[in-house]
Design a protein around this ligand. Structure first.
Ligand SMILES: *[C@@H]1O[C@H](CO)[C@@H](O)[C@H](O)[C@H]1NC(C)=O
Ligand SMILES: *[C@@H]1O[C@H](CO)[C@@H](O)[C@H](O)[C@H]1NC(C)=O
Length: 522
């Protein structure tokens, strides 16, 4: 460890133990132009950066250099990044060169993107889902979303840490921990979990180690870390973004989406990764009708709440925050939403809510165990080279590497249960039907009956309820509690309602402007 690293680490630890956030928090955003002073890249948005590129005040090369230095200084504490791309500076120099000859470039051109460690990149970076078992494996090609990012001229800055195997090895392992990435740390004071499983992707954008990042989500793996690290997270409808080249649990329900400090940045990243992919042809073709002509950027309207019918899942709010500071904040937010023209339908209750939220009772446990083994085995077989070729191999690897994989501490119970399954059998089919029926009765019917554009819920309550139906969710920062720990607000809707959710979430973000960067990092 270098001495600068030691000093930043010490400062972080001191600040992290402060009981509450310094009052200088207020109004940090927007008080200065991040780019003009080359030492202040913090909080820079994609449009700030593009403006600085165009004015000749900044190059991709300088920007990547800045982020690499920040990662060097802060990552020993945050553990948000597993690997940085050894080609990132070269790629940035190429992007700069292209900018000098081409004026019709994507908004993502020259923008550094950090990618969750379960999304394939065919370059010097490893793709390991946080596990040593996949170290050195060679993927056959870039994931569909990475292919699109490279075509847009984005710079793949590195791989983000995550909960190992998307938390599907063992229920004992802590959120945000992986053998390769260590324990990811939340940059906000007194919050002891970054949540998972896209933990590093959230920590990195929250801490300004990168402009934007990609995560993957099934049951809140993007939205929960977004909430806990006070950033925006979008879980798109399955098929809007390609699932090719992703270490899978259940491709039926899992999806890749953006994480960013602002809705606008998240949507720009989303627009760069959506669309048809021949390697995920069926789903990406079916979802094409959900992508507006001109992209989701068209949904960034300040009056996006006007006339929107939004249902309040009251029991989720009561469970999370009844009688607390947070409850008052949510009341204020609802007031703001009404002022901006939203029609709030209160006191809604999801049918069978207790069952919906319980992954054993709702069928999810049984279905995912069967789907995981099948889809992981298919993923591992497709690799050009890999030390492991099946779930059975991964289980054996963990048994042979108990120290690195902390096998004795956390075990691998979910792996073992999955290994026992035998394809999509009668029980798994029944479980999937149960999930569909519950989702229809609990979410779809409710939304249709009340004619809703979205439902709103706090924090990470309700994630299993929306996960089992593959419903899209957008999370926006909503506030900070008495200890300075962030909380969020999530908008969910029917499959394909992504554009509407983005309109609502963007207008909410613009009207409330809640997010503040982690105080010890500015
Ligand atoms: C990928 O893993 C190999 C070990 O198999 C390591 O030598 C290499 O440095 C890793 N790549 C990066 C970019 O860290
Ligand atoms: C704030 O939230 C964190 C968890 O995110 C919790 O540990 C802490 O106790 C909360 N503080 C207050 C004052 O509610």
């Amino acid at each position: 460890m270098t001495s600068t690293t030691q000093i930043s680490l010490l400062l972080l630890l001191i600040f992290a133990s402060l009981p509450s956030a310094p009052s200088s928090w207020h109004g940090v955003r927007g008080t200065r132009s991040p780019i003009e002073d080359p030492l202040h890249f913090e909080e820079a948005t994609i449009s700030d950066i593009q403006a600085a590129f165009n004015d000749g005040k900044l190059t991709s090369f300088k920007l990547v250099q800045h982020y690499l230095e920040k990662i060097n200084a802060l990552n020993p504490y945050l553990n948000a990044v597993v690997e940085v791309n050894p080609n990132a500076l070269d790629d940035a120099a190429k992007a700069d060169l292209q900018r000098s000859v081409d004026s019709h470039l994507s908004p993502l051109h020259g923008i550094p993107v950090l990618v969750k460690d379960n999304i394939n990149t065919r370059d010097k970076l490893n793709t390991t889902s946080g596990s040593f078992a996949l170290l050195g494996s060679i993927v056959s090609c870039d994931a569909g979303v990475i292919h699109r990012l490279r075509n847009a001229g984005a710079i793949i800055l590195g791989k983000a840490s995550m909960s190992e195997w998307d938390n599907f090895r063992s229920i004992m392992a802590p959120q945000g921990w992986s053998p390769r990435g260590g324990q990811g740390r939340n940059p906000y004071p007194t919050t002891n979990t970054p949540c998972g499983t896209s933990s590093g992707s959230a920590i990195a954008v929250a801490s300004n180690l990168v402009t934007v990042s990609l995560g993957t989500d099934l049951d809140g793996a993007i939205t929960c870390p977004a909430v806990m690290n006070s950033v925006v997270g979008i879980k798109p409808t399955v098929g809007i973004t390609s699932r090719s080249g992703m270490v899978p649990i259940s491709p039926r329900l899992q999806t890749i989406g953006p994480m960013a400090r602002t809705m606008e940045d998240a949507v720009k990243l989303l627009d760069a990764i959506t669309g048809f992919d021949p390697l995920d042809a069926k789903a990406t073709k079916a979802a094409k009708r959900f992508i507006p002509n001109g992209g989701f950027q068209k949904s960034l309207k300040k009056d996006g709440l006007k006339g929107k019918r939004v249902g309040i899942l009251r029991s989720f709010f009561d469970e999370y925050s009844k009688g607390s500071l947070e409850a008052n904040t949510f009341t204020t937010h609802f007031h703001t939403m009404r002022l901006k023209g939203a029609i709030l339908v209160d006191n809604l209750k999801m049918k069978n809510i207790e069952i919906m939220l319980n992954p054993i009772a709702n069928g999810e446990g049984i279905a995912l165990l069967a789907e995981f083994k099948l889809s992981l085995n298919a993923y591992l077989k497709d690799l050009v080279y890999s030390p492991v070729r099946s779930l059975a191999d991964v289980i054996a690897f963990n048994n042979h590497h108990p120290i690195e994989e902390r096998k004795d501490e956390y075990g691998q119970k979910i792996f073992l249960a999955s290994q026992k399954t035998n394809g999509i059998d009668v029980a798994a089919k029944k479980a999937m039907k149960r999930m569909d029926k519950l989702s229809k009765e609990g979410v779809t019917d409710l939304m249709k009956e009340k004619n809703l554009d979205a439902v709103v819920f706090p924090h990470f309550y309700g994630l299993h309820a929306f996960g089992i139906g593959g419903f899209p969710i957008v999370n926006v920062p909503a506030g900070y509690n008495g200890s300075g720990a962030p909380f969020g607000i999530s908008f969910a809707g029917l499959r394909g309602s992504d554009a509407t959710l983005i309109e609502i979430a963007y207008a909410f973000e613009q009207a409330t402007q809640v997010r503040k960067p982690p105080p010890m990092l500015v």
